[in-house]
Design a protein around this ligand. Sequence first.
Ligand code: FAD
Length: 380
Amino acid sequence: MTDPTLSPEETQFRDSVRSFVDRKILPKATEWDLAERYPQELFREFGELGWLGITFPEELGGSGGGSVLYALLCSELARGSAAIALGMYVHTALASAAIYRLGSEQQKKRWLPAAMSGERVGCWAYAESGAGSDVTTVATRALRHGDKYVLSGSKMYITNSPFADFMVVVASTAPGDGLKGLSLFVVERDNPGVSVSAPLKKLGMGASEMAEIVFDNCSVAATDRLGPESGGFFEALKVLTLGRIASAAFGVGLGWAAQQSALTYCSERVQFSQPLSKQQFIRFTLADMATRLTAAWQLTLHTARVADSGHRHDLEASMAKLFASETATWVCERTLHLCGAQGYMRESAAQRFYRDCKVIELGEGTSEIQRETIARLMGV
Ligand SMILES: Cc1cc2nc3c(=O)[nH]c(=O)nc-3n(C[C@H](O)[C@H](O)[C@H](O)COP(=O)(O)OP(=O)(O)OC[C@H]3O[C@@H](n4cnc5c(N)ncnc54)[C@H](O)[C@@H]3O)c2cc1C
């Protein structure tokens, strides 16, 4: 993917990530996917490269870049392995960003430098077996006892949790108050009362690891609450738009990887005495893929630029996430179709793309939730 609208600094950054992905991620992506393990040493490498701190200020250990650089990072990483990008994004755009956006100076200094160096990894624990799209159904309770809260409940499908050092947890402090009764806490993994299940088996994103977390009378200092009591999650939803930009960028990166493999296969595969790419149907499909991916990238880039300009961008973020994730699903499905039986084989990249893409539509607010958000922000 080329983009002449990128500045020299942005182009240089993209090229450096691209080179890293070509050397260190692409050759291992299938192996990591099949092994179903996240190569945790990558967090240290990403930290040394300054990638975990792109959107954070230098005084906290960040590298002071912005959303455009972060979108470039996410799209290039997802081009190599969407699962690797997923683990990185949960750590940065959700766990670390929540601490940065809602935390006190003391909390930021306590958790962020080690998070940005990759020394300690975070996860974002919102979902529960009964709480998905409807945030008012969160059942994990945090009961205040003096200068502590006691957490009870469980979190489901939590990416990075099998190895995370700290967890940003959504819990109810005022049952009955719905969204406005939810608070955020940072919980250390070795806190008594925290247990993490074995990694869960899933359709795709093999190299990313997820599990269930149980909080059994887990005592957390009141000073580890992020933001206001019974309002922290509401505040987080207002400010954590970076996750939607990241998801959109994933969709584009994964889609481009798929499109490239379809292009290669169809250019090399000879049927009816000529490469498949000479067939009009195939040419049109490849053209549609490139067109939709370019549109998805431009919408993502535009959103990131609006974010970096300091203007409100929640509408654009939902549009970019919706369009890019659905584009990725379409491109990956068509890629598998065009790659035929070879693409269907377990070692092929095409089937990995097909298995990986769907979750981009589900996480960070499903397509239906994005459409609801867009309609609401349009005043409908
Ligand atoms: C690989 C993976 C990684 C994940 N990682 C994390 C993580 O790190 N942390 C975390 O907290 N969670 C994580 N999740 C869970 C994620 O947050 C949820 O999948 C998401 O919130 C959607 O909830 P749900 O899957 O329960 O779907 P549901 O809410 O049960 O929705 C099911 C379907 O109904 C649709 N639907 C729901 N409500 C409406 C409505 N009002 N109108 C129309 N349609 C509707 C949805 O769009 C969806 O298609 C992960 C999930 C996956 C698959």
